[in-house]
Each structure stands twice: as structure tokens, then as C-alpha cells.
Design a protein around this ligand. Sequence first.
Ligand SMILES: [Zn+2]
Length: 170
Amino acid sequence: MLPQTCHPGALAARGERLCGALPVKDLRRLASAVDRVEGPVRVELEFGRDDSGLASIRGRLESPVRLTCQRCLEPLDLVLRVEVDVLVVPSQRKSEWRGQAREVVHVQDDSLPLHEMIEDELLLSLPMHPVHRRDRCAPPLGPPLPKGDTAPSPPSPFAALADLDNSVAN
Ligand SMILES: [Zn+2]
């Protein structure tokens, strides 16, 4: 089982790995952002030290979810995959690490809310505009038009000109 909270500094000192699964019931925020969380999140995280001596976390997350395709409105099953690569910075040293290219998490007293961080990473990885692949997507066709009827075409901007021409000719 993955601990709710972990101590990255201590884990990094021992070069530890955390592997496990996060059950669906612990993923309330993710569950409210998707149609359904289809299974537990698989987690593999390795703790190490950065060149600067700070703890770093590298690894991956995988979570199967169901969304709605924004093109055909049918269910869209996909697996969210996140590569984790974050630097663990103590809150009191926050200012030193502002504007870093690397992703940073802040901890107080070497205590990191692990479940929360995992859920944050997954939420950030959600596609803004989820759609099926083109060949798997079937947008619904509009209702067929009655025979002999055609959709009204927008008025031509030249229609008014044609009227004008006629009035001049007369
Ligand atoms: Zn679709």
C-alpha cells in the first residue's frame, strides 16, 4: 500500500522506491473530473538526490479513465500516463527555486502528501479536448432532410447588388 504521506528526504537518503496502487475510492478529485475512473492508479516512484542535494522523485503513473469524446459524444476510454520528475524543495527555501524549469513540490518538515501529489499530476495530464482517433470516431449525422427539400443557403452578399443593377437598367 502507498502511504498517504511520505518523507522524501528520508526515502531519498535510502534510495527507496515506492510501488503500488492507489484505489479508486481515494481519487475523489480525479473521479469528479472524468466520467469514471476505471481502475486503481499504478504508481512507481524512485527517490534520489539532485546535484544540489535536494530530494527528487522520478517515476510514472498510470490510470485508466473514461471520458466523453468531444466530437461524437460517445465514451472514450484512455489511460492517463504521467512521467513524474519533480524536485522536493523545503517550504522555507521556496524563493531560491522560483522560476525553475524543473517541476517543484514544496514540503514542510520533509512531509509530502503523496496521494494529493499523485492526484495533482493526473489532473494536470487530462486532455483539454478529448477526442477519439479519427478512424475510431463516429460523429452522429444530422437528421436526414426530407426529400426535395434543401437547407436554406445564406443570402448572397451580391443579391442586393443585383437588385441595384436592375433598377439602373430600368
Ligand atoms: Zn469520437
